[in-house]
Design a protein around this ligand. Structure first.
Ligand SMILES: [Zn+2]
Length: 297
């Protein structure tokens, strides 16, 4: 770049700084279309998945009140039908915090039966909770004519109430927080999480799809994103396996909990990063230690 161009660009940049937030909003829509009427919405909190057809509009997870309102007004432009349904993948606040906004807009809410229970258990004020009125123990199917939606519970994993929502025709599945893509995950032992079973769940869900299945993830390392394939699920399975193996080896060798859980990263998983101060490999190892020494409670 010639110096004169460089100077011109610098001048443009500083003059334009005040406009940048607006321009960014305009360019980066939180909505991304996938296929067969499905898509994702990313703003704040766990990834919202969606499906639209002439008859229905379906949202999976609700983030928080504010992004929920943006979702509800924005999804109209994708032509969804009048029957509106919200599915909660699990109870955490960054996936259910917008439930009230959806409900006020007429969405009916569906979730695994443990979700309302865990929402109430973990709330400061249980009376303020907006929870699913339709629940299921194993699975729930919605026949929409041109699409079959299959919501399935696979057992304890990230919590004790995680479900996967399959769009069988589109061949798209929303994993909720069963997938923290290349991130140190939250393992909510207080809500009945099981690392051991989480490993089985990922393997089962990966096998239930095929090489074309597109998976939506609750959270993702920005470099890797919030959608992917069965390979990403198996990579997470391998990480969770390593978590238990590292911890068990330490216990067998007579190392202290502190020694075992002080490891900051695994060489085999160089892409993993911490999504927040609250999540790290030492935190994950501490949960693994508890699971191996105290059982699945
Ligand atoms: Zn979660």
């Amino acid at each position: 770049m010639k110096r004169i161009d460089f100077l011109k660009n610098v001048a443009l940049l500083s003059a334009g700084t005040a406009l940048l937030p607006k321009i960014k909003l305009f360019q980066d829509s939180p909505f991304t279309e996938l296929r067969g009427g499905t898509g994702i919405f990313t703003m704040r909190g766990g990834t919202i998945g969606w499906f639209v057809s002439d008859d229905v509009t379906i949202a999976i997870d609700s983030q928080y009140a504010e992004p929920a309102a943006d979702f509800i007004s924005g999804i109209d432009s994708f032509g969804g039908g009048p029957e509106t349904i919200l599915i909660n993948t699990h109870h955490h606040g960054d996936h259910t915090g917008g439930n009230g906004t959806f409900k006020e807009s007429g969405y009916r809410i569906i979730a695994h039966e443990r979700v309302p229970v865990l929402q109430r258990q973990s709330a400061d004020d249980a009376s303020a909770i907006v929870a699913a009125e339709e629940t299921f123990a194993e699975q729930h199917e919605l026949d929409l004519g041109n699409e079959r939606v299959h919501i399935k519970y696979y057992g304890r994993a990230h919590t004790s109430g995680d479900s996967v929502t399959w769009f069988r025709e589109a061949n798209v599945a929303h994993m909720g927080d069963l997938m923290f893509n290349r991130l140190y995950p939250f393992i909510d032992r207080g809500s009945g999480a099981s690392i051991e079973n989480w490993i089985n769940v990922l393997e089962t869900v990966a096998a239930e799809g095929d090489s074309d299945t597109q998976y939506i993830f609750g959270h993702g390392n920005p470099e890797f994103g919030v959608t992917g394939s069965a390979d990403d699920l198996l990579h997470k399975r391998d990480f969770l396996t390593k978590l238990l193996e590292h911890t068990q080896e330490g216990i067998n060798a007579g190392r202290s909990r502190e020694e075992i859980t002080s490891q900051e990263s695994f060489d085999e998983f160089p892409d993993f990063i911490s999504p927040s101060d609250f999540l790290s490999l030492p935190r994950n190892l501490n949960v693994a230690y508890q699971e191996l020494t105290e059982g699945n409670g």
